[in-house]
Design a protein. Structure first.
Length: 164
C-alpha cells in the first residue's frame, strides 16, 4: 500500500465512509506489533503505551528515542503550523532545537486517544498533545496520524498536528 493510499484511507475512514470496505481491505504483512485487526482495545492499548514511551523520551531530552516512532524514510510527512515537512531528516531537524543543550522543552503528554484500524497493517490515530510547564499548559492541540505496522512495531507515516 502506498503512503498516499494509506492517507486517503485514513481520511475516508475518519469521515465514517468505507468502514466496511476499503478500510478492511488491505493485505497483511509480517510484523511483531499487534495487527490492526486485533481487538480495537488491544491495538489502542499498544499504541497508547508506545506514546507514553515517546513522551518519556521527549521529557528526558532523548530526541533519537522520540524520533524512533517515525518511519525513517524520505516519504514520511509532518504538517504543523502551516508547514509540510517531507522526510524523517527534515522532521528531526525541526525538533532538534528543542533538544539542544540548554534549550527549554516543556513536559509532554498525550490524551484523548482513539485508534481506527485501516486493515491489518495500517491505523489512523487521533488524540491531543499537551505541553506544560509546572501547572501551566503552554501548548496543546489535536493530532491525526497514519501509522503502519512494521517488523519493528507501529511507526508514523504521516503526522498532522495543530495547536489550539
Amino acid at each position: 500500500m502506498t503512503l498516499l493510499r494509506a492517507i486517503l484511507l485514513a481520511c475516508c475512514c475518519a469521515a465514517g465512509g468505507a468502514a466496511g470496505t476499503a478500510c478492511a481491505g488491505t493485505a497483511a504483512t509480517p510484523g511483531t506489533a499487534p495487527a490492526a485487526t486485533a481487538s480495537p482495545a488491544a491495538l489502542t492499548a499498544a499504541i497508547e503505551a508506545q506514546f507514553r514511551r515517546s513522551a518519556a523520551a521527549w521529557n528526558r531530552g532523548d530526541l533519537d528515542a522520540f524520533m524512533a516512532d517515525y518511519v525513517h524514510d524520505s516519504t514520511t510527512t509532518y504538517v504543523a503550523r502551516g508547514h509540510l515537512r517531507h522526510g524523517w531528516d527534515a522532521i528531526r531537524a525541526g525538533y532538534a532545537p528543542r533538544f539542544a543543550p540548554g534549550a527549554r522543552r516543556d513536559s509532554l503528554h498525550f490524551e484523548d486517544f482513539a485508534v481506527r484500524p485501516l486493515g491489518a497493517d495500517y491505523a489512523a490515530v487521533f488524540g491531543r498533545f499537551v505541553l506544560s510547564r509546572g501547572d501551566s499548559v503552554t501548548s496543546s492541540g489535536p493530532f491525526t496520524l497514519v501509522m503502519q505496522r512494521r517488523p519493528d512495531g507501529w511507526k508514523i507515516l504521516h503526522d498532522h498536528s495543530s495547536s489550539d
